[in-house]
Structure formats: C-alpha cells, structure tokens
Design a binder for this molecule. Sequence first.
Ligand SMILES: C=Cc1c(C(=O)O)[nH]c(=O)[nH]c1=O
Length: 315
Amino acid sequence: VDLSTSIAGVTLPNLLLNASGVNCRYENELQQLLDSSAGSLVTKSATLSSRDGNPEPRYAPLAGQIGSINSMGLPNQGYEYYLEYAKKFDYNNAAGKPLFISLAGMSLPDNKAMCEAFRDANLPCVLEINFSCPNLPGKPQLGYDMEAMEAALQVLAPIIGKPFGIKLPPYFDIAHFDQAAAIFNKFDNIAYVTCINSVGNGLAIDWESETALIKPKDGFGGLGGLMVLQTSLANVNAFYRRLNNGKQVIGCGGVTSGKEAFLHILAGASAVQIGTQLQEEGTGVFERVSKELEEIMVAKGYTNVEEFRGKVKTL
Ligand SMILES: C=Cc1c(C(=O)O)[nH]c(=O)[nH]c1=O
C-alpha cells in the first residue's frame, strides 16, 4: 500500500506529519519527528523574535479523550533558529522526508522580513504561513479578515516566489469558504492550504473545581482533537471543491486513528497532520495511524490514496 504524496513540489514518503505547534519547537523534538514514521515535519510557527508564550497551565486534554484546549501564546525560538535548522537540514536524507517551516509574524512587516530571509537563503523547505493563531491577546486572526489576508498575500506571495502553503482557521459560513477560496485562487504560488487550525476561543471548565482548565485569557483557548473532526472535514472538502490550478489541501483536526485519516483523504486531503493525538500519545502515533490506514485501504481494495482522495459520496 502506497501512502506517499506530493505537495508544493516535495514528496512525502508517508502522508502523515505533525500539526505545527506540537512536538516541534526545539531541534530535539524535530529529530524525534524525523526518527518517527511521519513522512515529514513542520516547525512551530515562528515570530521575528523568540517568545516565551502565555503563562501556564496553557494546554489541557479534555475529559473523555474528546480533544484539547490550548492558549500557548506562540512560544517559539524566533525565526532565525528555524532558518538555521533549515540551512543544516539534510534534504537528501535516506528517509526522503521534506521540511515545512511555519511562520506566524505578529505583523505584515514581520512576516515580510521572515519571508525575505527564507527567500534569500534559497532552501528546499516549504513555507507554511500561519494566518490563524487564536491565542494572541488583542490580536484578531488574519484568516478572519478577508481584506487584510488578501493584502498580506499580495505582499508575501511575490516575495516567497516559489510554492507555499497557508494555515487556515476553521470557517463556518459557506460565504466565507467562497470568499477565502476566491482570494487564494488569485495567487499561483499558493500550492496548498492546511485546514484547520484550532477552533478558536473555546472555554473548558472543570465541574468539580468550577475552574477553567487553562490560565491565559480567562480560560479561553483553541480547541483541537476528535471534537473538531467534522468541522475540519468540512473545511478540507470546501476548499478541495473550490481551489483550482492544482492547489491542494492538507487536512488537520481530529485525527486519532487510521479512520479519521481515511476520512480526511476522502474529503480531499493530500496529506494529514496530527496535533492533539501526537501531544497525548507521542510520536508512536504515526506508525499506529499509518498501519490502521493501510488496513482500511487493504480491506476496501485501495492500493494508493489517489483512488479515493476527494471521492466522498453525497446523497
Ligand atoms: C501560532 C500560534 C498558535 C497557537 C499558540 O501558540 O497559542 N495555538 C494554536 O492552536 N494555533 C496556533 O496557530
């Protein structure tokens, strides 16, 4: 069974990888991903300068393994750390694993400066621009401001020059799918969108202590895990149906087993990112989910994902 895929001009030997933010802030964590069965890796979204992030507790799993809540606050080593990592990354590694770099500038000038630095370094890594961090106090998500998102792309797309991706927030209105896709279709080098980032500003409360689970923002944080699966499948399929010129979708949200990975591919995903389940289970999740996905494919008579990608049936 063939689980390989190609995105933005790079080939992943296995279509599973981490969601940006999970197990990917430090080099040793990135090495763990390289050593795992994941087919690639994406770094923690980087800002111009390093950040400690929000006060803890800032991540919590939800009871009943239904998901997670986080308000990390963009803790990262600063973009130069990841640029150096990308400069010394072995792009010809025996495992054939490409590298994705996530950028989440606090402003357009910051994003511009970071994209210029990566452009000047002329590296084989693929940039994933994060328009959807929900946890910066006082900062609205760029992904929810269509005009600002288009204006940012008009600056960044030409600088990046080569194929790149965008990390999107979940949308919940058909008109927003239409508007966002129409914007992305204007930029030839947007190679893919990753749907979805966490569902922003949920509130998890412990009923015994009567207390919010996380400290930042009065307990408000991004929701992930199985509880966001149907929203993520909808976003994957909405953009799969709307994007043209070969633009692809990476699915993210609610993948705990081969079954959800299979559903993401049915919805149209070319690759599948795992966040909450990676955080809870560790990097062994990639081997387990790969095996489960292969078992499902064999049982259904599929030999490669092209045979069923995007082929969700409607009634
Ligand atoms: C980049 C910041 C993000 C964060 C964070 O660092 O708080 N959490 C998310 O669920 N998604 C993000 O995009």
